[in-house]
Write a protein that binds this ligand. Sequence first.
Ligand code: PLP
Ligand code: COI
Length: 356
Amino acid sequence: MNIEANPTIKIEKIKNSKINNIDFDNLSFGQDMTDHMLVCTYKNGAWQQPQIVPYQNISLDPSSKIFHYGQSVFEGMKAYKDTNGQILLFRPIENQKRINISAKRLAMPELPESYFMEGLKALLKLDSDWIPTQDNTSLYIRPFIFASGNGFHASPADEYKFIIACSPSGAYFSGKVKVLIEQKYSRSANGGVGFAKAGGNYAGQFYPTQLAVEKGYQQVIWTDDHKHEYIEEAGAMNIFIRIGDTLITGPTSDRILDGITRKSIIDIAKDENIAVEVRKITVSELVEAAKNGSLKEMFGAGTAAVISPIAGFGYQDKDYDLPELENTYATRLKKRITDIQYNRAEDKFGWRVVVK
Ligand code: PLP
Ligand code: COI
């Protein structure tokens, strides 16, 4: 093995790249992994030297606390390549801050900013040939921290791993999605972990989502756990609703993830002179707007899904279809945000970061 070291990150390169096995013209989402990954261990009360190694399996003791008590948090980011071959990230510092917000809530050690940012940049430079440039593709980046320390005592682990794995990816959803407004199950509750990107939040969603899929929907729209009265978010996206010409999204809370796409869309929409309201929206207001024709659009917003238009929603055994509009806010806002991300337009907000 060719071992290189720099002051902070130890790099062990792969002998034979797997890149020629990848069909970059037919990328799925998050299935193929790049040649390398970043691994950093927390033990004896400190994060150790980060290492970049060939992408590989990891070995864990069966009593590792991740398996039993679910201490696991993650992030979702993307890297893009512009026509000059520059590697670009979108607001990466927000992901770095958020993984620590999530880690703190799960009694896990926070990660220093430099380990996240420098580790990520070194990994991207090494695997830069894996960043796809075809339309609607990007390198999906998955930083995560989990409890690798062992023992059955139900208490926080004493060892953790921080890993960054990357996957050249195509679109998360193909086409519009039909959603079901959830009336029984809850994704999160006051005082819970809904605001964290904790692995368990997603596990808890799978069963209700399976039930929705059996009924012909692709996604669940979560409502508040108390009375299922307010629209909250989708499983992997924040939700926007256009009634008349006003774009509405719910306020973040300890039940809702503070999405980076969501806050960017709010800023872009205001810049486009679109009326934006950040306020609670009830299911009955949504149903009423669908009935009286003032409901124009609904879309989800998130890193993986970007902006994902919703075709219609189901509520109390009735389906409501959204109109087919010509010039949607979803299309306009998606163009603005992706033009910034891919360096096709000026970045007046200062969100783009070039990896050098
Ligand atoms: N809500 C949930 C539950 C998510 O998993 C995600 C995806 O990360 C989002 C919202 C959107 O967040 P972001 O735009 O930061 O990716
Ligand atoms: C993302 O949008 O990056 C996410 O983390 C959602 C994921 C569950 C696919």
